[in-house]
Design a protein around this ligand. Sequence first.
Ligand SMILES: [Zn+2]
Length: 374
Amino acid sequence: MISPSTAVLLYHHVDPHDAIKPEVFDWQLKYLQQHGYSVVSLDELVQGMKGERDLPKKSVVITFDDGFLNTWVYAYPILKKYQFKATLFMITGLAGNPSTPPRFNLEDVLKRKCQEKDLYRRGHIFHPSLSERACDPDRELPDFLTWKELKIMEASGIIDVQSHSRWHSSVYRNEKIVEFHIPAFINRKWPIEGDCRLGTPLYQRGSAMATRKYLGDPLLAETLIQYVHRHGGEDFFKGKRKADIDKALMEVVRAYKACHKVEGCYEEESSWQKRVKTELLESKQDIEKHLNKTCRYLAWPWGEYNDTALAIAREVGYEATVTTQRGANVPGGDVMRIKRVKIWKPGRLAFVLGLLIHTHAAFARIYARLYGQL
Ligand SMILES: [Zn+2]
């Protein structure tokens, strides 16, 4: 007989404007209920993996990443209907003001306090909002949960709030230039660090929790900025396709490299470690302060981590962390590297097969070997 594994499902949005619509989510939970799956909490899974308790054969953990408002509006009332628990990994720096009253959700529709059309509609401000909130802590981000909504969900016993870092931020990870700062990015502050002059090179990014920051060659940046300036500034970009702009500016990079050594460098290992420690600790403290509980678990932003980051997470008090790697979660398994299954398509067959595979350790391992990271 194949030994069992616990399937940890990873959701982001449950929303009428997303692949996982409320009715799709409802169907999935009904399927779990009708086909003998046991929804267990993350606490129970961690205890099971440590050998401190037995888990049912067909066990499933439900998780949400990021903390979008639609978790409150749609997912939470549906989970409540089935009395299924879930863990919500919150980007704590993005949680709204604790004095903001809770917004309407599906329960209010059922109680006739509002109509379905009054419910929140998802915006598209996720990425720009990250750096803007970091610069301006009072800025309201309507797409994210508030502390009051988190508090109500936590108090219900249905939602267990845990950490997804404070800012979910990314940094330049190496010297590979992927694009340049163009006028269309002026309101998109997210990928641009420091110098916001047109023509600034933008490098490949990675999670701030898993990579030392690359500091690009200032002379190369200056050369590109001056080139754009000499060729009309904003006018340089007018009527040009982005691919052509990138091509022209890459030519400037090539010319620069032909006669200069690129003088980029990486931040010190110690400053990277300090950054990770501060971020992980502050996020844990945010949850503990606002929700009056111990925050024990962390989901790595974009699933990116390394051995040092894991050691830091352990040091600041996280007892387990979840990844975006596929695989099996079994007794004796590594609780610092809990595996997950991403639910991001509405197809019923994919959901059923995903459950079947990930509740059987051998199938889950084979599948992970074939398809790796989520
Ligand atoms: Zn995330």
